[in-house]
Every structure is written in C-alpha cells, then in structure tokens.
Design a protein around this ligand. Sequence first.
Ligand SMILES: [Zn+2]
Ligand SMILES: [Zn+2]
Length: 338
Amino acid sequence: MNNKKVLIMWSLFFLLTFAISYHGQTQAKLEQSTNELKWYKGNTHTHTLNSDGDSFPDEVVKWYRQHGYNFLVITDHNYLTNVDILNQLYGVEGKYLIIKGDEVSDRYGEKPIHLNALNPVYNVLPQGGNDVVETLQNNIDAIREAGAIVHINHPNFRWAISADDLKKTRNCLLVEIYSGHPTVNNLSGGGLPGVEQMWDQVLSSGKLFYGVAVDDMHDLKEPWEPKAAKPGQAWIMVRAKHLKVETILESLETGDFYASTGVELLDYVVDNKGIIIKVKQENQARYTISFYGDGGKILKEEFANSAAYYFKGNEKYVRAKIIDSNGNTAWTQPVMIK
Ligand SMILES: [Zn+2]
Ligand SMILES: [Zn+2]
C-alpha cells in the first residue's frame, strides 16, 4: 500500500468516527430535549349543550384555547361527546388538546353521586348501588372497565359523599378538592367539613387521593350571573413530556400535577428528602406557603415565595398549599411517608 492510499484510508476512518460521534451527540441532544418535562394547564370538568351547559362544544373549546389552556376534557352528564372533529379544527400539536370524557351522573336516594370518566372508550352510564360507597364503587369499576381514569366530583354537593365514604373506595386516585361551581360547598359549614378538610381526613387514614381543581363550567354566555358556573375559575397544571392524551392522564394518575385558582409554580421538586417549592411572583402579591401532615396539622409555614420542607419520617403524608394576598391558591399533591 502506498502512502497516498494509507492517507485516504485514515481520512475515511476519521471522517466516519467523527460522523458517528456527531450523530451520537445530536441523538443525545434530541433525547434530552424530548425528555424535558413541561407544564400544561387544563380543565377536566366542562359542560356544553350536550347536557346542561349553555354553549355548543366548539364555543367552549374556543374559549379555553383563547384563555391559555393546553387541554380540556368535555364531560357532559351521561354523554360522551366526539372530540375528533374538535381536535381537527381547534387542536394544535403540542399546544392545545381536547380529551373526550363524560360525567357519570348517578344518585343514591337524594344524594348526587357524580364521577368523571376521562378518555373512556365508550359512554359509561350510571351503575346504581345500595349505598353511597357501593354506588361510587360500581361507577369507578365501570369507568375503569371502559379504559378511562376517574375522578370523584364535588363530594360536598348536597353533602352527598363523606370522608369515610371516600376512604372505602378502591381504584380511584383523584377527587375534586376545589370546584368553580358556586353551589357545591367547597368550604365547611353547619359543622360539616369542607372538601379540603375531608381530603386531610382521608390522607390521615393512609389512603392516597390526589386533589383536582376544576371549573365544572356550565355558563359561558352570562358569566356575570351570581349563580353562574363560570369558566377560568380553577384548573390543574400537569407536568408531562408531551401534550398527548396518554401522557397527561399518566401524570394525573402518578400525581405529577398541582391544582390552582391562580398561583403558579416556577419550580416544584419532590425527592426522598423533601419538597421544594418556588412560586412565580405576581406583581406585589405576598405568599404564605404551608406544609400539611397527619390530621391536617400545619408542619411548617413560610411567608415567602419559595420554601422547602425536609421529611422527618413521622408525618404520614406531606402536602403544600400556597395562598397569595389576593386569595389565589395552589395545592400540591400529597407525598405519602412510609
Ligand atoms: Zn356534577
Ligand atoms: Zn359537572
């Protein structure tokens, strides 16, 4: 082999090595960027004219898109709206997604038992039952059977579902802890606990539920009416790799989201040592960050826009709530302490 040939071969070898390593680097970079998690804002409880809402599905879908939401689940009473055409018209890859759903609207006696089926394969109809817990469970099972994930809605609507009822359910991880609907009794009254208090009672028993905040929107046309169930009241921020039905629902069931009525988090880190929270500062607002544990007891409170809590091991669970000086709130999900 002459010198020229050797030179050409070495050049080819170097070129190939460079090409492979360059490809490897770009591949790694690509994987890194697609592995990055993003926050997506969504509402999982919305009505249209397909039940007792006041607007057509497309008007509702447009409103949520125009107001900065990334996903919307349409959940009419016992009706599954086809969202394919809505996604074709208003969906935007990576930006806005409409997810199908229905609000399975059952009752036990006078007590309304409502559960949302998120992304069921078919319309799930009320299953009935011989008491509140059985009615809840029959519907949870039917919703799971339809391949959907499930949240229990407005437990205090007509004071239908108690903390003890919630404790006895199986195979449901989500419950509404705040609703924008004006008559569902989010707060305590007449000696009965508010929904957030009930959430603490359930968590203190060792049973895990993640808390969802929703609009339960019915009234798009006349939101100024005092009893209107308005849009834009309460939502969830879901952390996921992509804006896809599967990834959003997976993050919901693994508790990688927080509920909000206006407080936004810049950072939220949970590991085996503790929880770190950084709030997005809005104007001159001041913040109170509280960490709750066993029995709904406040474990720690910080008057700042960031806070950290380090687990001690005897808390049973730890969750955080952030309230700003204008009344806006965010609730992070409980971390169960083994
Ligand atoms: Zn309902
Ligand atoms: Zn509803």
